[in-house]
Design a protein around this ligand. Sequence first.
Ligand code: GLN
Length: 304
Amino acid sequence: MNYQQILSDILRQAESLAGEGRQADYIPALAEVNPDQRGICLHTLEGEQFAVGDADVRFSIQSIAKVFALAMSLSFEGDDLWRRMGKEPSGTAFNSLFQLEIEHGIPRNPFINAGAIVMADILVSHMLDPEHDFLTFVRRLAGNDTINYNRTVAYSERQTGYLNAAIANLLKHHHNINNDIERVLQFYCLMCSIEMSCRQLAQAFIPFADHQQPFRYAGVELTASQVKRMNAIMQTCGFYDEAGEFSYLVGLPGKSGVGGGIAAIYPQRYAVAVWSPRLNGKGNSVVGMRVLELLTTETKESIF
Ligand code: GLN
């Protein structure tokens, strides 16, 4: 498969969407990013990399960090994790409150904000220095020690994150947060603020694409079955109330973030990361969705 040629072609085709959508600005620091950048990197299990566009520019991975948080939380808690959250698609926005109230403080799944805030609480409980250990884990997955948090973005989000604060309070009311709310929210925002390029993200997702290899990174260990199940949750919950649409158009497990990134995997073949900051109304990258739709259409490679 000539991935290099295919990636160049599909990025060119996605040009027709240039200017569609808007970058996230509810986190003020994200509004400063040039919205007209786009890049793709595809990393095969054999270790080949194919990159086009702004594939080496680092961006805010935001909710893509929830995949790394889930890997860590599962390695600490195993199936006990599912006492504190579900694994069903929510069909609601990533920052929605109403389902959480009806369901008595048990988030639908780990990839909506409520679920990720509970995971932040779990990680704070398990680690003496969660900021350090989480970053070390991500650096090890990506094989790159220069990856870092952007504390300006984290602070900007924490200053204006009224909805996440409401979610955390509701969780605490239902005894689904054990630590101090402020501590948990600070750590949650910091996790989301990690900056990575498409090239680094694609590499960091290879262990999820290859669940037959032992998953052991910086003390985080998962069984093949746990990795396989994480992929199932990416498939059903990775795009909030657009998870069905992503499955329909693309047919790969993946995870998006409001920084405009999407990481997806084709099990036993490759991991791919796409970035373009302009988002649709559901908070997913317009160009990113189209590029991945074109990728699986042109290559006829998808899990379906
Ligand atoms: N940090 C963001 C938030 O909590 C993450 C949301 C996202 O990327 N969908 O709003």
